[in-house]
Design a protein around this ligand. Structure first.
Ligand code: PMP
Length: 389
């Protein structure tokens, strides 16, 4: 099996599996119970929050565990938008046209609730700039939202600079850091944002667990309880905590952070290898997204004349797992909204592009196998319906 879809999800690291298994077996108590086996789980939870805060260089009182980044994005954005409007600060939000659906569908929902939203389009170079955000900002603007790294094309957005500008403008600023966490060095303490989110399954942790970091350093941002009940997570998100997965997530981030530099160098090498291998066998491609500011671990390539959905089926038959655009959209193979935003006038590009994304376990042999299959496909050696496999 060749797995090159790590932006969709990652395999759980064996050490993380061990941590989760130990917790499931040995620490099954309810962290809210007052007897010893509950207290020891509570202690593990407190330590996990502390360690996550240390890994991110943020205050532990600002960390909320959630079921993932979709929940955390929904929670932070809706709470801030509603509170800002309640306080009469305005009803306009600026975000980008290349956000993940867990942001875009929230802002679309807010539009149905009377908010106005401006979606910044990438410029000619594929960049999203602070200037664009400033130009879109009016006296009705309450907050900005941007992702750190785009999940489909790997573009890096200037979130540090956006944070500085948002702070100056006295706006709340929410950042979706899902595709950066554990892979791209970012100073989360210096990042002047009111909130950011993470999802364990993007850095070799389990699915269904993530977090929100929420800082109330602007008067204008306010978090409201998401779930009412037993009062867990500082009365903000009730429900018995998923301690085994929380411990697994923190271990996964610890491991990812430890190797962040060496993995990044490896990803640069793999990226160069991928592109030179394509060049050497004469398969033409164009790189999608921001040409200058992009991460090496997400590569989105346009293979002109080849339909992505057909290529994916052939790849699947050969045991090569990649995706066309966002596989997070419930397995749908609709044209990519992100590529539409980047290339509004190149409709063929929307359905002829593949995303190849690396993880710590990716090898050059994986890339060789991908190239081998791609060569068979593009040079017509595999007939889709009469595959030799
Ligand atoms: N934001 C980005 C940029 C993502 O890539 C994803 C996952 N595809 C999410 C948010 C949602 O994360 P989760 O799967 O934890 O809900």
């Amino acid at each position: 099996m060749v797995y090159l879809d790590n932006a969709a999800t990652t395999p759980v690291h064996p050490t993380v599996v061990q941590v989760i298994q130990d917790a499931l077996i040995n620490d099954f108590g309810n962290p809210s119970s007052t007897y010893r086996i509950g207290k020891s789980v509570k202690h593990a939870l407190i330590q996990a929050r502390k360690q996550l805060a240390e890994l991110l260089n943020v205050s532990e009182t600002d960390v909320y565990f959630t079921s993932g980044a979709t929940e955390a994005n929904n929670w932070a954005i809706i709470a801030q938008a509603n509170k800002s409007r309640e306080f009469g600060e305005g009803h306009h939000i600026v975000t980008t046209a290349i956000e993940h659906p867990s942001v875009t569908n929230v802002t679309k929902y807010l539009e149905t609730q009377g908010f106005d939203v401006t979606y910044i389009q990438p410029n000619e170079e594929g960049e999203i700039t602070v200037q664009q955000f400033l130009e879109a900002t009016t006296d009705k603007t309450i907050g900005w939202i941007a992702m750190a790294v785009n999940n489909e094309v790997g573009s890096i957005l200037p979130v540090q600079e956006l944070g500085e500008a948002a702070y100056e403008q006295k706006l709340w600023f929410h950042v979706d850091t899902v595709q950066a966490l554990g892979h791209l060095e970012l100073d989360y303490q210096a990042l002047k944002c009111t909130s950011f989110v993470g999802s364990a399954h993007k850095f070799n942790g389990p699915k269904g667990i993530g977090f929100l970091v929420y800082r109330t350093y602007q008067e204008h941002n306010h978090l409201e309880p998401l779930l009412h009940g037993g009062g867990q997570e500082g009365k903000m998100r009730s429900g018995t905590e998923n301690v085994p997965y929380i411990l697994g997530m923190v271990k996964a981030l610890e491991l990812a952070k430890k190797d962040i530099t060496s993995n990044f160098e490896k990803f640069e090498e793999l990226q160069a290898y991928l592109l030179t291998s394509l060049d050497s066998i004469g398969i033409s491609y164009e790189i999608n997204g921001d040409q200058k500011n992009r991460v090496p671990y997400i590569n989105n390539l346009w293979f002109n004349g080849n339909i992505a959905s057909q290529m994916l089926i052939k790849m699947d038959l050969d045991g090569v797992y990649i995706s066309a655009g966002s596989a997070c959209s419930a397995g749908s193979l609709t044209e990519s909204e992100i590529l539409k935003a980047y290339y509004p006038n190149q409709s063929e590009r929307w359905s002829q592009s593949l995303r190849i994304s690396f993880g710590y376990q990716t090898t050059k042999a994986d890339i060789d196998q991908f190239i081998h299959t791609l060569e068979k496909i593009t040079k017509g050696k595999i007939d889709l319906w009469h595959s030799n496999k």
